[in-house]
Write a protein that binds this ligand. Sequence first.
Ligand code: GAR
Length: 193
Amino acid sequence: MKKRIAIFASGSGSNAQKIMEHFKRHADAEVVLILSNNPEAFVLQRADNFEIPSQVFDKRDLYESDEIVELLRRANIDLIILAGFLWLIPQNLLKAFPNRIINIHPSLLPAYGGKGMYGDKVHRAVIAAGESESGITIHFVNEHFDEGEIIYQARFKIEPGDDIETVRFKGQHLEHQHYPRIVEAIVRKLPEE
Ligand code: GAR
C-alpha cells in the first residue's frame, strides 16, 4: 500500500509544491491532504492545481480539540510534512504520530532556530551576524520549535556582498533539491502495515 502524506503549510508552499510533484506518480507514497492555518496561503492554490484536497483550520481546531488528529486519522495519514508551517505542533498530534512529523528549517540548527525564527527573519539574522555559511535542516518535530532530532543538513557559502535575496535563493534551492528525496527516504523506512 502507498504511504499517505499530509503537508502542513502556512504560506507560499514552494516546498509543498516540490513534494507534490515528486510524489505525483510515485510507487511508494502520495500526497493526499494539504492543511493550512492561513485561508490566504498560496499553497491552497497549489493544492488545487494538483487536485489534492485541502483544509483550513484555526487555533481552536488545533489547540483546543482533537479535530485535526481525527481528520488525519480518517484520512489514514502515515507521515506529516511541515513545509513552512509556523505554529507549534501540539501534544495530541505528536502523540498520535510519533516520529512521523518532519519539518524543514532554513538554517543550520541549532543555530538560528526557535520561536519567531522563520523565513526571512532567519536569513536576516545570519547576514547580520556576518556568517560565512548557512544551510538547511530537516528534522523530526517535537514539542519545542526546531529542536527535534536532526535527519539531514546541507550547507551553502555566503559570499561577501550576498544580500537577503541571494541567501534566501541559495537556501530555497537546497530545500527544493533535498526535501522531497529525504521524505522519500523516510517513507521507505516506515513499517509495512
Ligand atoms: C522555507 O524556507 C522553510 O524552511 C521555512 O519557511 C519557508 C517556507 O517556504 N520554514 C521555517 O522557517 C520554519 N521555522 P515555502 O512556503 O515556499 O515552502
